[in-house]
Design a protein around this ligand. Sequence first.
Ligand code: NAD
Ligand code: ZN
Length: 357
Amino acid sequence: MKILTVDIPGKSYPVIIGEGNLHRAGEELLKLGFKRCVVITNPVVKGLYGNTLDRPLEENGIKANTLVVPDGEEQKSLENASRLYSQLDGLAVDRTTPILALGGGVIGDLAGFVAATYLRGLPLVQLPTTLVGQVDSSLGGKVAVNYGGLKNRIGTFYQPKLVLSDITTLTTLPRKEFVNGLAEVIKSAVIADKDFFCFLEDNLSQLIDQDPDTLEEVVFRTARIKASIVSKDEYDFGIRHLLNFGHTFGHAIESVSEFKIAHGEAVGIGMVMAAELSLLLGFFSRDDPERLEGLIRRAGLPTKLPPLNKKEIIRVLTQDKKVEGGKLKFVLLGSLGEAFVSEIDNTDAVREIVETS
Ligand SMILES: NC(=O)c1ccc[n+]([C@@H]2O[C@H](COP(=O)([O-])OP(=O)(O)OC[C@H]3O[C@@H](n4cnc5c(N)ncnc54)[C@H](O)[C@@H]3O)[C@@H](O)[C@H]2O)c1
Ligand SMILES: [Zn+2]
């Protein structure tokens, strides 16, 4: 088991990562002084881990009610938030009752949004069960629902009291979802930690085989990078932008593919494109994009654009909200493990990257 802290003044919280951690839920809640809780989850995760969580809660005398939201990204809606508010009314919870978000990023974002807003805020505990959840979405306090066809349109920043990541839950994750999460793992390494990048190069097959020690180390090191970045920039005005590496191209690819290309796949391609852009603009050395591309490919992610309308990708990129004063905002690499935000007025370079990818 490994522990780190997200160190935000007045709101710091522990992130506990390890095998079988759901069994610790009861004692960890008691440590925080909670004797009752409401679990929000979906039918898939409830079927797999509902009982695993209920038992330690019961053994520690913690009363739990469970609210279930259907599975899927489209469930991250105001309608579901509203339904959950009514259900919480029915359970007569008060401001000392924590919400436990048991599931992937969809549940984490929706349950977190409900926790942030109901009665002006209930304590939140994240119990992420996907790789994306454990290395990315449960950390840093961004909670949101989708609205008007736009992702994360309504939301806020609301830090949890605890993140308890049970890496054993990842064994039941569909392969595609696991590989999706690997995109965020590789992203974190390449923007902030060259040693970790080399570790991934050396241990990728053990990671893909979900060797528990390797998995624990990887979830811990990735979570530590995110924790360190969000601790310095809670509200995403500065250094937190680095976490968008590969995401500017990635979002354009997702959007032009009408979301047929999964987020992690789009970020895989987007990272290769951002690395090529860094090279073209003279920041990145020649061999490094190949190393990054090699790791992404070995992880099972795509590295080349599939047949999509490239003109449309360029249009989305140049109209993206990252355009400021006619400049395009990109996260670029100086070397492996070192990223920076750059405002580029050379849209020809961006076009060239799309056309040659
Ligand atoms: N708040 C943030 O900072 C942040 C960061 C990244 C992503 N997100 C959000 O997270 C969401 C994506 O999260 P995700 O990738 O975890 O997807 P997800 O929550 O949809 O989970 C993926 C699938 O795996 C299933 N599942 C979950 N745990 C399982 C397990 N242990 N075994 C088997 N199946 C399991 C889910 O039911 C779902 O079908 C998006 O809505 C995205 O916007 C938020
Ligand atoms: Zn992402």
